[in-house]
Ligand binder design. Structure first.
Ligand SMILES: *Cc1c(COP(=O)(O)O)cnc(C)c1O
Length: 365
């Protein structure tokens, strides 16, 4: 039976990439060693690192006045790194749109004063996000922070940061942990983009940071060294031993994306996949999605069974049919299908088929 893994993270990786990793795990490029067993200072590994940086730059069209950093501690590490490095006057604007941005506020408050704005609007049981032009960000803020895709809630922001009314003097920081590389964005609309790797890129534990070089001079010496952007940049992400295997795997995922037409092509596939799933939910009597259309995530499709007593039965039967990790996050309940770049359209079709069969079966009972 084919198994489709809808886990929100760590998430499935492209099969082709995993097969390549397997084939060269014990003997990487005729070195007789695994890439895991090699010095991060070796010319062989430096080449992988440089190709990973170049690959991401090419895929996201990152200009030369931005740097790509590989950091440790995943997405949450950045919840600390961002305020520690970017703090200037001591106040920052944090927009909350779901669980992840709320958690970023808790961490941010440890290092500065967070001015929080909850931008969720609920109408007829559907949540949408206030248009960016209505976010009231003070010019005095050290930066503005928000999350482009709320992984738990299935809420995504599609407007560009250019819709904000605040000037570029306030740096724009976004958490793209669960939608980086899923669709085209203009990197220059932002000043710092970060993402934990385990949703759309590679193994967990690593974060990718894309930073406008103009921000690097904000990192004071008091910032813990391994979280310090300026030092990470100066040391080519190798102040401490980097997660070499994660960087290697990321490079392979970047190659895979490039080979398949880059971000433009994957965006079209992602839009197709999400459309199939949302349509199936909207056309059913059993399932419902609670996000307004303009903010429905392309990566994390959340839905509820109108008869919640069927939840466990749905999860169990799904699993028996090769649909795994479909349960929603414990904080919000319901179901969640994470359909990141690596999820083939066949997986989404299999899920929709299962959902239809399940609905029919339980309607007639
Ligand atoms: C998963 C996730 C994180 C946290 O990542 P960790 O690597 O577990 O620290 C942060 N933000 C968002 C939006 C996420 O989806």
């Amino acid at each position: 039976m084919t198994v489709y893994n809808f886990c929100a993270g760590p998430a499935m990786l492209p099969k082709e990439v995993m097969q390549k990793v397997q084939s060269e795990l014990l003997d990487w490029q005729n070195t007789g060693c695994s890439v895991m067993e090699m010095s991060h200072r070796s010319p062989e590994f430096i080449e992988v690192y440089e190709q990973a940086v170049a690959g991401l730059k090419s895929l996201m069209k990152i200009p030369d006045d931005y740097s790509v950093l590989f950091m440790q501690g995943g997405g949450r590490g950045q919840f600390s790194s961002v305020p520690l490095n970017l703090k200037k006057n001591g106040k920052a604007h944090y927009v909350t749109t779901g669980l992840w941005s709320e958690d970023a506020v808790v961490e941010g408050n440890k290092f500065l004063t967070v001015e929080e704005q909850d931008c969720r609007v609920v109408v007829n049981g559907k949540t949408s996000i206030l248009p960016l032009a209505e976010w009231n960000v003070s010019e005095e803020s050290d930066f503005i922070h928000y999350c482009l895709n709320e992984t738990v809630d299935g809420i995504e922001i599609f407007e560009s940061a250019n819709q904000l009314l605040v000037t570029r003097d306030v740096p724009r920081v976004i958490d793209m942990s669960s939608n980086i590389l899923s669709r085209v964005i203009d990197v220059t609309d932002y000043d710092l983009i970060y993402a934990g790797a385990q949703k759309n890129i590679g193994p967990s534990g690593m974060a990718i940071v894309i930073i406008n070089n103009a921000l690097l001079n904000r990192s004071s010496e008091s910032v813990p060294t391994f979280l310090n952007y300026a030092i990470t940049k100066a040391k080519d992400s190798m102040y401490n031993t980097p997660p070499t295997f994660a960087i290697y795997l990321s490079k392979l995922v970047f190659d895979w994306l490039q080979k398949n037409g880059g971000v433009e092509a994957i965006e079209q596939k992602n839009r197709d996949k999400a459309a199939i799933l949302y349509q199936a939910i909207d056309n059913s009597e059993l399932y419902e999605n609670r996000v307004a259309e303009q903010n429905r995530s392309l990566m994390n499709v959340t839905f509820y069974l109108k008869d919640e007593s069927l939840n466990q039965c749905f999860i169990d039967e799904a699993k028996a049919n090769g649909i795994v990790a479909i349960e929603g996050h414990r904080s919000v309940g319901g179901m969640r299908a994470s359909i990141y770049n690596a999820m083939p359209i066949e997986g989404v079709k299999a899920l929709v088929e299962f959902m239809k069969t399940f609905e029919l079966k339980h309607k007639t009972k």
